[in-house]
Design a protein around this ligand. Structure first.
Ligand code: PLP
Length: 374
């Protein structure tokens, strides 16, 4: 039996243990601690951000971003339609109302035209959450211009795009607040974790306060505000420090995987790789494809066949406007069939594991080409 070719597994480099050992040796096996401080500094330096708060997850970071913007009961928040549910669930935690914005074909990210249309329909919107899907940056030149014109802040969900750049600038810094995820399946991991990025130190301070149960500065346990247990642990931050040492390597490995797919599958008239606009560099966290009209086999059939060969694939994110939980929410598109619904019906994520060998990737491509050209 051939071994499993995974979608994308955590890839450890060996240096993580050093930081964890240090935490054990100094008995810093607690939330907060020196690894957390250092991880925040190293992340800030990598992204070119002034302030970072390390948290327990990307979801927690989105939740605190919304709180920092004062989002509450009944407020409208625009959100990329094609994403993981973690992007918009925190809108519901605050009893606010998401309105989903369709994708555009060039990047699969939030469509600037649909965003403009949504602003006309909902002039009272309070915030816009923009996702960089599969590591490809959204069109921040146009999106920022629109949001600035309406004076509405952006939360950049860069959970999938650490290491990607738009016009030379690292993602995570395009919104008023940016968030990252270090979940096990992301380009680097802390086993579980996230971060909040902001140029305003007071917002980082407030986020750290909320994330440690909103404890007032008093000897006794006193709370004037609702608190959360959202801080990153010193052990997790140790893994993150080790992982940062090979982030650039992971980006180049993932980019190599994408280029190889483009070379081996790009010649197939029925296959298009996920597009990356020329003014950005994606981290290529996951390589994806869509099947063109007339393709004799569906994406689901390809996924089923590859599964038989122990090759892991995934459908593209099922749009939030198609999710039962969000069925009563509005979505805005400039096409009759939303672009993200179309992408979802024709697309899939390919194995993008950095430990996949060239011959394993060749095998994946041969199988896909054979299935299509039968
Ligand atoms: C993974 C992910 C998140 C959530 O991050 P967690 O650390 O798992 O909470 C949010 N948004 C997107 C787009 C993601 O892919």
């Amino acid at each position: 039996m051939s071994k499993v070719i995974p979608l994308s597994n955590p890839a450890l480099n060996g240096t993580e243990m050093m930081y964890i050992q240090e935490a054990f040796d100094t008995n810093w096996v607690a939330p907060i601690g020196p690894n957390v401080d250092e991880f925040e500094k190293e992340l800030a330096a990598y992204i070119g951000a002034s302030h970072v708060a390390a948290l327990s997850s990307g979801t927690a970071a989105i939740h605190l971003s919304l709180k920092a913007l004062g989002i509450s009961n009944g407020d409208i928040v625009f959100c990329s339609d094609m994403t993981f549910a973690a992007t918009c669930n925190p809108i519901k935690y605050e009893r606010a109302t998401p309105v989903f914005i369709d994708s555009e074909p060039d990047s699969w990210n939030m469509c600037p035209e649909a965003l403009e249309l949504a602003f006309k329909k909902y002039p009272d919107v309070k915030a816009v959450i923009v996702v960089n899907l599969y590591g490809t940056p959204a069109k921040f030149d146009q999106i920022t211009e629109i949001c600035d014109r309406y004076n509405v802040p952006i939360i950049e969900d860069a959970a999938e795009s650490l290491g990607s750049t738009f016009e030379g600038k690292q993602t995570g810094r395009f919104g008023y607040i940016g968030i990252l995820s270090f979940n096990g399946n992301k380009i680097i991991t802390t086993s579980g974790g996230g971060a909040l990025i902001c140029a305003h130190e007071d917002i980082i301070k407030k986020s750290k306060f909320w994330s440690t149960q909103s404890r007032d500065p008093a000897r006794h346990y006193q709370h004037s505000e609702l608190g959360y247990n959202y801080r990153m642990s010193n052990i997790c931050a140790g893994i993150g420090r080790g992982q940062l040492n090979t982030l650039d390597l992971r980006v180049s490995q993932k980019t190599g995987i994408y280029s190889r797919y483009a070379a081996l599958l790009g010649g197939n008239e029925f296959i298009r790789m996920n597009p990356v606009p020329s003014n950005c560099k994606a981290n290529h966290w996951l390589s994806c494809l869509t099947l063109e009209n007339g393709c004799p086999i569906t994406a689901v059939e390809i996924m089923e066949q590859l599964e038989q060969e122990r090759i892991e694939t995934r459908p593209l994110w099922k749009p939030m406007s198609l999710q039962p939980f969000y069925a009563d929410c509005d979505s805005v598109s400039v096409t009759t069939i939303p672009v993200c619904h179309d992408l979802f019906s024709r697309g899939m994520c390919l194995p993008s594991d950095v430990n996949m060998t060239a011959s394993e990737q060749d095998r994946v491509c041969e199988l896909i080409n054979k299935l299509i050209n039968r």
